[in-house]
Structure formats: structure tokens, C-alpha cells
Design a protein around this ligand. Sequence first.
Ligand SMILES: Cc1ncc(COP(=O)(O)O)c(C=O)c1O
Length: 384
Amino acid sequence: MRHSTRLPDNYFPNPLTRRLRKLNSASAPILDLTVSNPAECGIDYPRDDILAAISNSQVFSYKPDPRGLECARAAIAKMHGHYLGPENIQLTASTSEAYSMLFKLLANPGDNIIVPSPSYPLFEWLARLEGLACVTVPTLWCDDWRLDIDALDGVCDANTKAIVVVNPNNPTGQFITESEWFGLLELATEKNLPLIVDEVFAPYPIECQSEALRTILDVSAPECSVFLLSGLSKLALLPQLKLGWIVMLGPASAAAEPLAFIADQYLSVSAITAYAAPQLLAIAPQLQSQVISRLKKNLDALDEALKERPHLSRRPVYGGWSVLIQRPDIEDDESCALRLLSDFHLLIYPGHFFDIPKNGFLVASLLPEPGVFEKAIRILTEAI
Ligand SMILES: Cc1ncc(COP(=O)(O)O)c(C=O)c1O
């Protein structure tokens, strides 16, 4: 069967995945420093409250609203504050789906979107599946990551239809600073480009970063269209319930009707989750504080282990669930990750998975259970 050029040429797994599959098929236990699925990390969920939330008898009626049920949109608007109302919100089944809807809304096949890198690797495919190119622009590295606004400006062409930023970024963790917001909004306004701002990790500030604003909502009213994305997946640690949303800010409010038209073709949001959303959002802060304590505990364990290993260090974790571990540039990152997996059954991402431009970086999740994390870090620091 022939398939479209939007799909990969082949589905051949990368060497790390191949080695992992081999170990899995031999049932070898793996120390996994890549976990990002909160449902697998020993989080203490208030199960009764969640079950009560999803057991709403209203689900027996079906009155689809392409924008999503108003009770859910109202609760999301209230949670974000800043005078937002349900009319500013479009529900989606996930943040990934929100991207695909926005790409359909904003661009034609052959157009492109711009994304500062390193960043979340899924953008490449989310764009390609809509017939778009994802143009990555390296973020400047000098003691810290700094958005290169001039470089973003330099790659914009007639086919550019949006700029995507992640705040705080995954996996580097930096929040966008006030001056970076100013530069980005100025660029987007000047080029008449919408800004897509992914804030799925915004509820997880870990280490203080001066000059940073927690959310684009703290920036004064944007003159350009801004689409803010979030979802239950990270905010309430419930990826399995499939609920994301788009917040339309500034001139983006005019997109409410065309976005509802796109959503109407799929009606992908489950009424069960939509009715449950107000209660799930009320539960979310207690889950977030549990995760923040977990992230900090694991970070403390990492710092303790690194004290005795001056050749290893870590980058600050301003926000999010990952930490970048810096190691001597004597072995390429992929070989190092392969060696750790083969010899020690320890799984960690090499930096290039996220387009980190230099060798010498491994990316670890801070989400594993502390016992697992400490053991993995002990092995890692001894093995490198
Ligand atoms: C930056 C970023 N955006 C979006 C997503 C996907 O979120 P969802 O599960 O809501 O599709 C992820 C998942 O890890 C992510 O890291």
C-alpha cells in the first residue's frame, strides 16, 4: 500500500529503542529515567474524588457543543483567571490535538511553523502530519538558554504561519523572561504571526529564575493573536482522561468560530471528562504539590550524588519535570546512553533526542519514585 509523504519513510526504531525492546523481551528490569507518565510513578491519587468526578449522571444525555461543554470551559477560564470567560476557551482531547487543530486553522500544506530548539520532539511530526514543515531555531546558550529573537526573525518567510514556544520549556526548563516575551510579541505583531504558547508545565516552577514570568497571561494584553495551550495531562496528572484546551487571547478571540468548525468535524472530547473537569481542576493543586515535592526530593538526591563527582553537573531546573545532566564530552551521548542501558539496564535520554546542540548532555526525568531515582542516579554517577 502506498501512503502519503506526511508519514515516516520507515518505522525502524532507533538503536536505544531496539536495545530496550530486547531487554524488555527478556523481562530484564529497567531503571527508567525517562518516565513521563504520571500514572506509572506511584503518585497518590485521590481515587474516590476522581471516581466521583467521572461518575456524573448527566453523561446519559448527549448535547454536543463543538467548543466543549460550557461548564468545563467556565471552570478552565476561572482557573486561569485574568478575566477570561468560557468564550475564550476551546476544548480538545489533548494538547497534541490542540496543535493539530491550530495548524489546520492557521496554515496550508507547504507552509511552516517556527519552534525554538531544544524542545519537545513531537512538534516535527505534529506539523508534518498537517503537511507543514517545522523550522527549528537554536536557542542561544551562554550560561543559560536565551531565545534568539533575531534568529527567529531571520527564518520567517512568506510561508511561516505561526511561532510556537513552550513555557517553561521541555526539557531545558527555562521560563520565558519578561524581555524575551517583549521581543517575541513585538516580532509576532510586526510579522502578523500568531504565537502558540504551550504552558503544560507552568504549574511546576522548581528553582527560582529571576526575570521570569510564570505565564503569558501575566504579560499585558497582546496585540498579536496568542493561543495558550494546556491540559489535564500534566496539570492534573491525568493523561488518560484526554482533555486539553486552547485559550484564545487578544485578536485570537476571532478564531473561536473557525476552531469550533474544526472541532465539530470530530467532536473528540468525551462528555465524561468534560462534565468531570470542574471537579478535576479543583483536585489538581493537591496533585501538583505532591509532584513538586517529588521533583525537589529527586533533585536533592541528584545534588547529593553529584557532590562527590566534580566532573558531572546539572543545569538549573527552573520548571518542568526534567533535568539536564552535563558530563565530560569524551563519549558521544548516544553511545553513553546505549552503554548505560546495556551494561546497567539504566534508561536515560541522550541530549540530541531533544536537539540539544552540544554533546555531553543526558536528560533525566525527575518523576520516578525516589527509591528508583536514587538507585539510578547512584549507578549513573558511578558509571560515567
Ligand atoms: C511540551 C509538551 N506539550 C504537550 C505535551 C502533550 O500533552 P498532551 O498529553 O496533553 O497531548 C507534552 C507531553 O509530554 C509536552 O511535553
